[in-house]
Write a protein that binds this ligand. Structure first.
Ligand code: CAA
Ligand code: NAI
Length: 691
């Protein structure tokens, strides 16, 4: 065995040389890895071996460029040099793939002459999720091997294709048995060499591109079909342009030059900076300073859910989807039946494998009207009505019924979890698990740590969140926790703006153009204006009251802030406009013209300021955790990083100056937080904040 460098070895098995990478955690293409590959292949080519296998140790094949190196000075061998070394090798090169071959990893594999993979391997070009495009020839090679349509779909979705699909599209030449990758790849390589098979260079095969030549409609149709999904993002469009270049350029190298130029543009731009930041923010959120990775966890083999309403049903589905049995308890049989029926309906309406597994998943759910059914559960999550007296009563009962060590969780959206925990004799076992609606779809889970929550309860909840596919963020007890507390700022300003002269559709348009999926008024119409509205108590005190009194309760009644046609398309409503104008007249104020800039600043700056207060109070661990909450739970456009990243982009000084200006004009809704002031005084950023 030759040790090429600290992450690369070269061995020989008979007449086959094997270059092995071992650079945990994911064999990313750091300078060291590139050097190892370059030198390893050089020596393998110079050896007497007849073929060369590239394989990785650890959990995965190369998972891409080393993202931590982006933006820094380039060191070591360049990736194109490594690729040329492999592709121009006079001996067949075979990439042996397990885990994930992603981004630069797949681009390296595409410079091998053949690829073999185990069935569990997945392959993809996920750069789009980092606001980028594959910058090492992937945009030119993937359409050559998989065809233009498939390449467009894979590159703009960033999807990881399973080995079987990769085989069907020609990305992989052979699937080999799980656990036998090395032996099988060596045998494959030996046979290729013995049979004198050609050294296939993906770059030279233009057949699939020819089929797309003279068909610009392929690209036009693709753009049109995905316009909604790609709105606001630069990277999908740039990926498409690269595939267009692959089809229309006179040579591979000409297409490659387009790829390079567009890659650099994205890499230097603000969107990719935000998306790369966000990649690490999400992973950072798993790290809790006083709950280290090796904190023991409690086993969760069975889950109880109290309440089969909107949230309880959705929460139950998460566990059934992960194969964990669930018992759901309700007050009355009809509520239980209704809840289970909704769950079944959700499964049946799903696509593909999920729909096929409806019976298996339903089989994991049992219903009961008796809370004693929770006696053997390891975790119980209550999702009953949002009232402190009811929640406390429920927790008194859970304390009595549940076995020692069971985790007792509440899905409350705003109540004080310390108070809820005080209803038990085991507050160390109580935690908030704040799911978002629809709970079976939304990725975000706010895990709420109360005063006495035990560390192993936190560690177990974080681990469980991963198991059920959620992005978890640990937050503290505060009204509305992190997400809703910040949302309240935006909602307040949106309402005030309307009473000063902006129309709901003006506010919505500005926030939509900023990148939110919809504005606050369209959102209210979707959710239903009558949530929390009581007819008997309504006295026309708010615009919402008046709308509800007129039976304009949102989309479901065909009218709310907006008017809706039969396809639920929204139109600005003259009725709403009149109601608003009457309100303003009654208040004795004159409506004024409010600029888009003011709308945006009034809605967004107080959110950033509230985030700062949350940090100051220790209700979030770090600024990036707040961003993870807002990107996953509230549709903050990921290409703007999140409210705190956006605040840093603007600069704390600018945020403070605006808050102070608004405070002078409009009062203490805009009072700057102490943290914001101290960051400005110290010339620091939100991302520098550490408690
Ligand atoms: N560069 C640097 N670090 C990386 C990395 C990368 N490409 N991919 C993962 N990591 C790090 C993570 O930050 C994490 O570090 P910590 O443990 O310190 O938090 C660690 O590796 C493990 O990652 P995950 O927690 O995400 O592990 P997982 O098993 O859940 O997922 C994965 C593994 C699917 C590979 C996932 O990490 C992933 O999607 N990585 C990014 C893949 C990617 O985007 N590749 C393209 C890079 S851009 C590129 O290649 C440009 C080009 O054209 C040359
Ligand atoms: P819901 O009204 O749809 O469902 C509540 C269910 O609990 C009802 O089916 C009711 O019969 C049942 N229930 C009430 N008391 C019970 C008891 N003592 N024992 C057994 N079942 C009982 O309410 P929803 O929307 O599901 O909310 C539940 C909780 O989740 C609330 O605390 C709410 O604040 C929170 N939440 C709601 C979100 C939403 O968007 N709806 C989002 C996040 C949290």
């Amino acid at each position: 065995m030759t040790e090429i460098n600290s992450v690369t070895t070269l061995t020989q098995d008979g007449d086959v040389a094997v270059v092995t990478l071992n650079s945990p955690p994911v064999n990313a293409l750091s300078a060291n890895v590139r050097d190892g590959l370059f030198e390893g292949f050089k020596q393998a080519i110079a050896s007497d071996a007849k073929a060369i296998v590239l394989i990785c140790d650890g959990r995965t094949f190369i998972a891409g460029a080393d993202i931590t190196e982006f933006g820094g000075a380039m060191k070591g061998a360049s990736l194109p040099d490594v690729q040329a070394q492999m592709e121009n090798s006079p001996k067949p090169v075979i990439a042996a793939i397990h885990g994930t071959a992603l981004g630069g990893g797949l681009e390296v594999a595409l410079c091998a002459h053949y690829r073999v993979a185990v069935p569990s391997a997945r392959l993809g070009l996920p750069e789009v999720n980092l606001g980028l495009l594959p910058g090492a020839g992937g945009t030119q090679r993937l359409p050559r091997i998989a065809g233009v349509e498939k390449a467009l779909e894979m590159m703009t979705s960033g999807r990881h294709a399973p080995a079987k699909e990769a085989l069907a599209m020609g990305l992989v030449d052979e699937i080999v048995p799980e656990g036998q990758l090395k032996e099988a790849a060596i045998a494959f390589a030996r046979k290729i060499a013995a049979d004198g098979k050609p050294l296939v260079k993906v770059r030279d095969n233009n057949t699939k591109l020819e089929a797309a030549k003279g068909h610009p409609e392929i690209f036009a149709d693709f753009r049109k079909a995905n316009a909604r999904k790609f709105r606001g993002f630069l990277a999908p469009e740039y990926n498409i342009r690269c595939v267009e270049a692959a089809v229309n350029s006179a040579s591979f190298d000409e297409g490659l030059a387009v790829e390079r130029k567009l890659f650099m543009e994205l890499m230097m731009g603000p969107q990719s900076a935000a998306q790369r930041y966000y990649f690490f923010a999400e992973r950072q959120a798993n790290k809790i300073p006083d709950v280290p990775d090796d904190t023991p966890t409690r086993p969760i083999a069975k889950v109880g859910i109290l309440g089969a309403g909107t949230m309880g049903g959705g929460i139950a589905m998460n566990f059934a989807n992960a194969g964990i049995p669930v018992v759901i308890v309700e007050l009355k049989q009809d509520a239980l039946d209704r809840g289970l029926k909704v769950i079944r309906g959700n499964y049946e309406r799903s696509r593909g494998a999920v729909a096929e597994q409806t019976e298996t998943r339903m089989g994991l759910l049992t219903g009961s009207l008796d809370m004693d059914a929770f006696a053997d559960c390891d975790l119980v999550i209550e999702a009953v009505f949002e009232r402190m007296d009811i929640k406390k009563d429920v927790f008194t009962n859970l304390d009595r019924i549940c076995k020692p060590g069971a985790i007792l969780a509440t899905n409350t959206s705003a109540l004080n979890i310390d108070e809820i925990a005080s209803a038990t004799k085991r507050p160390q076992d109580v935690i908030g698990l704040h799911f978002f609606s629809p709970a079976n779809v939304m990725k975000l889970l706010e895990i709420v740590r109360a005063d006495h929550t035990a560390k192993d309860v936190i560690a177990t909840s974080m681990k469980l969140a991963k198991q059920i596919g959620k992005v978890a963020v640990l937050v503290g007890v505060t009204p509305g926790f992190v997400g809703n507390r910040i949302l309240a700022q935006r909602q307040r300003e949106a309402q005030k703006l309307v009473l000063e002269g902006a129309m709901p559709w003006d506010v919505d348009r500005v926030l939509y153009d900023f990148g939110f999926p919809m504005g606050p008024f369209a959102m209210s119409d979707l959710a239903g204006l009558d949530i929390g509205w009581v007819k008997e108590k309504s006295n026309g005190a708010t615009i919402r009251d008046v709308l509800c009194e007129l039976d304009r309760r949102g989309q479901k009644t065909g009218a709310g802030y907006y008017d809706y046609d039969e396809n639920r398309n929204a139109k600005p409503s003259p009725v709403t406009e009149q109601i608003i104008n009457d309100f303003i007249a009654k208040s004795g104020r004159n409506p004024r013209k409010i600029s888009d800039e003011e709308i945006l600043e009034r809605c967004i700056y107080p959110m950033i300021n509230e985030g700062a207060k949350i940090l100051e109070e220790g209700k979030a661990i770090r600024a990036s955790d707040i961003d993870v909450v807002w990107v996953n739970g509230y549709g903050w456009p990921v290409y703007r990083g999140g409210p705190m990243f956006y605040g840093d982009r603007l600069g704390a000084g600018k945020v403070l100056a605006k808050m102070a200006e608004f405070q002078g004009a409009m009062g203490d809704d805009f009072k700057p937080s102490a943290l914001l002031e101290s960051l400005v005084a110290d010339g620091k950023k939100f991302s520098d904040f550490k408690r």
